[in-house]
Design a protein around this ligand. Structure first.
Ligand SMILES: CC(C)(COP(=O)(O)OP(=O)(O)OC[C@H]1O[C@@H](n2cnc3c(N)ncnc32)[C@H](O)[C@@H]1OP(=O)(O)O)[C@@H](O)C(=O)NCCC(=O)NCCS
Length: 300
């Protein structure tokens, strides 16, 4: 049989997830970071597939999935959530072909901005993305800390919080905040998070004004988080850390972009440690996030 590229189907997603986990762990182990990934249910992949099947592709040979690419589009932003090739099949052009298919997805929908988050230590992915017009913008650090250590000396939350609901008023405000922070409204993705029983979403309030939002996972992970006034990012992150510390997860974590000085300073003051260095790559003119903390490299 020969290698084919075809649209992904729902029944491919668990196999694709296993491939992604083995490809990440192969990369992180080769670079001395140990194993980074564990398999989870491909819920967001399935959501994206149902929303827009053009964004998910597999490379297959004789019934075996050798590579997987997944992109989503919101407004004029295209985001490459995953591009992974089986470690034994890398370097023979599969990643390049899958990337071309997902970039075609962006062209069809007229998305003018393109972005992704990759591993700072992967020379191959960065070279491949530059070849396709996606350039290094800024580091994004994955920070972590044991909850017991974070609680020690954590200041009171500077901002008040109220639960996000799916009323028109909250959806409108979330769209305004996202448009300001990342250049595009992401209503469908907020609805996805609000339906996720393992994630809690809050509006961040300064007095009676909603100045941002934050999501906190039951696994202790903070993000996405966004604020409208840049100077409230540190307060917003401190507030979200309080919520995470009040949960039961042993570990607290967040992805912090290099432009988000106040959140980075809070993280270091609170004893958080950089575990994985990642990198935002984007088409020219996009990706100066100063008031946005992504959830992870797939959700953005
Ligand atoms: C990154 C990845 C998807 C690429 O897929 P692949 O099938 O191995 O890549 P291809 O063979 O299609 O293309 C490799 C290209 O990378 C570029 N490249 C490789 N090494 C490079 C280097 N040191 N410097 C610059 N560019 C480099 C070249 O353009 C090369 O193409 P060429 O050999 O024709 O010149 C795959 O290697 C992988 O899964 N890696 C681990 C996981 C990962 O980091 N995924 C990206 C997450 S966002």
């Amino acid at each position: 049989m020969s290698l084919i590229y075809r649209p992904a189907q729902a029944s491919d997603l668990e196999t694709a997830e296993a491939l992604v986990v083995s490809s990440i762990n192969d990369l992180t182990e080769r670079h001395g970071f140990g194993q980074m990934a564990t398999a989870s249910l491909p819920n967001f992949q399935l959501f994206s597939l149902r929303d827009d099947p053009d964004g998910l592709w597999v490379a297959e040979d004789d019934g075996n999935i050798l590579g997987f690419a997944w992109s989503w589009v919101c407004g004029d932003v295209w985001f490459l959530a995953q591009l992974f090739v089986d470690p034994a099949q890398q370097g023979r052009g599969i990643g390049n072909e899958l990337l071309k298919l997902t970039l075609e997805h962006s062209r069809k929908l007229g998305a003018t901005h393109r972005a992704l988050i990759t591993f700072t230590f992967n020379r191959v992915s960065q070279g491949l993305y530059i070849r396709h017009g996606l350039f290094p913008k800024m580091p994004i650090y994955f920070f972590g800390v044991p909850r017991e250590q974070l609680i020690d000396g954590l200041p009171e939350p500077p901002l008040r919080v109220i639960a996000i609901d799916d009323t028109a008023a909250h959806m409108k405000r979330l769209a305004e905040i996202d448009t300001y922070a990342v250049g595009v409204a992401r209503e469908k993705h907020h609805r996805y998070l609000l339906n996720d029983p393992t994630t809690k979403g809050v509006m961040l309030m300064a007095g009676s004004e909603s100045v941002g939002y934050a999501y906190i996972g039951s696994n202790g992970h903070v993000g996405p988080l966004a604020v409208t006034p840049d100077d409230l990012l540190g307060d917003a992150f401190t507030t979200a850390l309080n919520l995470a510390a009040n949960g039961s997860s042993e570990k607290i974590s967040a992805f912090l972009p290099g432009n988000c000085d106040s959140a980075l300073s809070v993280a270091v003051r609170r004893g958080m440690r950089i575990t994985f260095p990642m990198l935002l790559m984007a088409s020219p003119g996009y990706g100066d996030w100063k008031q946005y903390l992504p959830r992870n490299p797939g959700f953005m």
